[in-house]
Ligand binder design. Structure first.
Ligand code: ZN
Ligand code: ZN
Length: 412
């Protein structure tokens, strides 16, 4: 079993590098109830760092499943006001937010996809204001994971439950650099590398990217004034933080009206407890005009039909195939890990912070600049060692950005 010292180190980097918790700041943790011991370590460490108040928002996969199986239709169509108020009130006082993602990839197997669509839509509508706090970096936030039995078993089906959990802990510890002598320092170095990559792309200001791989030929227009980010983000109060642990990506905003061609997924997508796998999307002028999936096509359909923006793109992210997560060769069935092993794009809302001045623009201005809005933001993986990417400059000249799944630039 993983020892407590390692968990404490993981808690340290979550609070210091992840949300960069300040003295007298409150902390809102969303945690699976199965990971109560780790959530409590986080809480204890947070108080030691001078946190004002720590609130844990428990999530229970089993209860969620029971609700989807038995609750009345009207329950699936509503999201409780008190839950909205709870999250908004913490955001208003400037709390930091840690979300621990560990949903069983098969949690909602066999549940009517219409019910799932209704529930996610209700949550999406209700959490609009809260979402703006996160996506505009008005607060500091980070997403991490810890193993749960069901999830670990999915990643390591040949192992027994206890071994699977131990193996998944090991993998997580490696990817978040907690196995290193000085994890905080290791994160500073890693953030530097990511900074070099996004600074290079920001200099280039490509008008569009052309992605080619088996089953993929996609042209992704980039709005004028787009900003590549990666590694450390800066909150509106000027606090540095790492929104994802692990993170290996540099990402920006695609132009919502200028995406054309076809794209094929390269890893399964765990969309809130149902898997969508081996799927293809065709885009015309930014919108999905055709799609198919070997698994989960019905769920994909509901996702695309969530609202006007859910069939347009809100993110394009580049991740070299030699990323440590990719080299592990594992499929995690958890987007936090799989997206950091692979170039990916996201359906739905874009981060306004990926556009110059975007965080201060209203919905109409963002639309005019080509920045997508939606109540969903769903990343899916399209990268592989076979992906080539070209950047097209405003004068029409092309240059290599990625070859065989990795940087064609020198980033040293
Ligand atoms: Zn991403
Ligand atoms: Zn994303």
């Amino acid at each position: 079993m993983i020892d407590n010292k390692i968990k404490e180190k993981y808690a340290d980097i979550t609070l210091q590098n992840g949300v960069n918790l300040q003295r007298n700041q409150s902390l809102f943790i969303t945690a699976p109830i199965e990971g109560a011991d780790f959530a409590r370590i986080l809480a204890k460490k947070a108080y030691e760092l001078g946190a004002k108040n720590v609130h844990i928002n428990w999530e229970d996969d089993e209860l969620t499943r029971l609700k989807y199986e038995h609750a009345a239709e009207e329950v699936m169509e509503t999201f409780p006001e008190w839950r909205v108020k709870l999250q908004e009130s913490f955001a208003e006082e400037g709390a930091a937010f840690v979300s621990i993602h560990a949903t069983d990839p098969d949690l909602l197997n066999g549940i009517d996809s219409t019910r799932i669509a209704k529930a996610s839509k209700a949550a999406g509508v209700a959490l609009k204001v809260f979402r703006e706090y996160i996506m505009n970096d008005r607060v500091t936030w980070t997403v991490i994971s810890i193993p749960t039995k069901a999830w670990a078993q999915k990643v390591f089906p040949e192992k027994n439950s206890e071994e699977a959990v131990a193996s998944l802990w090991n993998e997580i510890i490696k990817t978040v650099r907690v196995d290193q002598e000085d994890p905080v320092k290791a994160w500073e170095n890693h953030n530097d590398t990511l900074r070099k990559a996004h600074e290079k792309l920001n200099e280039k200001q490509y008008e569009k990217l052309i992605l080619k791989a088996p089953g993929t030929h996609l042209e992704v227009g980039l709005p004028a004034g787009h900003i590549w980010q990666g590694g450390t983000a800066v909150s509106q109060k000027g606090i540095n933080f790492n929104p994802n642990l692990p993170t290996e990506e540099v990402f920006t905003v695609p132009h919502k009206y200028k995406v054309n061609g076809k794209v094929t997924s390269t890893k399964p997508l765990n969309y809130g407890g149902t898997l969508i796998d081996e799927f293809q999307l065709t885009f015309k002028d930014g919108i999905v005009t055709d799609y198919e999936a070997k698994q989960g096509e019905e769920v994909l359909k509901h996702l695309l039909e969530t609202d006007e923006g859910s069939s347009r793109l809100g993110e394009i992210a580049l991740v070299p195939d030699e990323s440590p997560i990719s080299q592990s060769g594992l499929i995690f069935y958890n987007t936090l890990f799989d997206e950091n092993a692979s170039c990916h794009i996201a359906l739905g809302k874009a981060y306004p912070t990926n556009l110059e001045g975007g965080a201060d623009m209203d919905e109409k201005e963002l639309d005019q600049h080509g920045v997508n809005d939606s109540m969903v933001h769903v990343d899916f993986m399209i990268g592989s060692a076979q992906m080539d990417i070209d950047g097209v400059k405003p004068d029409g000249t092309k240059e290599a950005v990625f070859r065989h799944g990795t940087w064609a630039f020198d980033l040293s």
